[in-house]
Design a binder for this molecule. Structure first.
Ligand SMILES: [Zn+2]
Length: 83
């Protein structure tokens, strides 16, 4: 099995941390849980080939897109977790 690029692992962990905090702060909001589920599914699909930074994203893109694709970059922005 190919080793995951540490930068890939770090970005995924960063996004997961943001998402967990987002969810934790909004336990009473059902839409937040729905949003988090969508994002987790999206993150499972949008990973780089071979786990390497800059490799093509395996998510659904019209054209081959190097990872992290735009949406993954957006997920790592605090702006993505505002109400
Ligand atoms: Zn993607």
């Amino acid at each position: 099995m190919t080793e995951i690029d540490p930068r890939v692992a770090r970005l995924n962990a960063s996004i997961q941390g943001r998402l967990s905090r987002y969810e934790g702060d909004r336990k009473h909001i059902s839409d937040a849980a729905v949003h988090a589920d969508h994002q987790r599914k999206w993150m499972r699909e949008h990973q780089p080939e071979g786990g390497q930074w800059g490799a093509p994203c395996m998510g659904d893109h019209e054209q081959s897109t190097p990872w992290p694709c735009q949406q993954m970059q957006n997920f790592d922005s605090p702006m993505a977790y505002m109400d």
